[in-house]
Design a protein around this ligand. Structure first.
Ligand code: DX5
Ligand code: ZN
Length: 227
């Protein structure tokens, strides 16, 4: 599939969300929508009604990142609403494999996310049931934090497993991804890049997406995992 860019609207102007989404149309592969419940993470953003409303107004596929408790119950409705990809946190799920199955059954790609302190080795058996693994490169909850380079070995390990086991697994990174960090992520094996402040704090968000894509693509093309 190659490099994909998923701008996070967490850094956009929530008062004019549809217009903010339109600013990256054509330059972004996805719109990354961060759902936070003030339980799983200490922040509150938006939920299903706003995602449903956005889906009626945007052309770009929606990539929901659910930072919420009990995704077993709450994740499938985002897929039913028409999100193209729904990612839940393994730390919050009672039955991660069941959540992935339900998301897929409702018609979306299923993603699972790992917080920085969560080891990938505990979830190797889950990977064949996923379409995407999200390796968090900040503590989930807020935009604009510093990139955690010590998460790169986890990205590399995920790519190794996917490659060795022949899995069609996209590997997403989220948190602090910007012009000065995206190449390290691509080199380690990531292929889906979430960027919030790097896109929406730029004067031209579409141009920021194109610049990030070019940097990631050039690095990926020259990387061990793409060979
Ligand atoms: C943080 C969210 C991210 C956030 C990234 O918990 O999951 O998607 O918007 O923001 P930046 O790119 O600014 O680190
Ligand atoms: Zn996110």
């Amino acid at each position: 599939m190659g490099v994909q860019i998923s701008p996070s609207i967490l850094s956009a102007d929530f008062a004019v969300l549809a217009a903010e989404c339109e600013r990256v149309a054509g330059a972004a592969d996805w719109l990354h929508v961060d759902v936070m419940d003030n339980h799983f993470v200490p922040n509150l953003t938006l939920g299903l009604p706003i995602v449903e409303a956005l889906l009626r107004h945007v052309r770009t596929p929606v990539d929901c990142h659910l930072m919420i408790d009990d995704p077993d119950r709450w994740a499938p409705p985002y897929a039913e609403a028409g999100a193209g990809s729904v990612t839940f946190h393994v730390e919050a799920a009672h039955n991660p494999r069941g959540v992935a199955r339900d998301i897929r059954a409702a018609g979306a790609r299923a993603g699972a996310a790992l917080k920085p302190g969560t080891s990938i080795d505990d979830y190797v058996d889950l990977l064949p049931h996923l379409d995407m693994l999200l390796v968090m490169t900040v503590e989930p909850g807020f935009g604009g934090q510093s990139f955690m380079a010590d998460m790169l070995p986890k990205v590399r390990r995920a790519r190794e497993i996917a490659r060795n086991d022949g899995l069609e697994l996209w590997i997403q990174v989220d948190g602090g991804v910007a012009d000065d960090t995206i190449e390290q992520c691509a080199e380690a094996g990531a292929d889906v890049f979430v960027a919030g402040s790097a896109v929406y704090r730029a004067s031209d968000p579409a141009q920021a997406c194109r610049r990030l894509r070019a940097a990631a693509q050039a690095t990926a093309d020259a990387s061990w995992w793409c060979a």
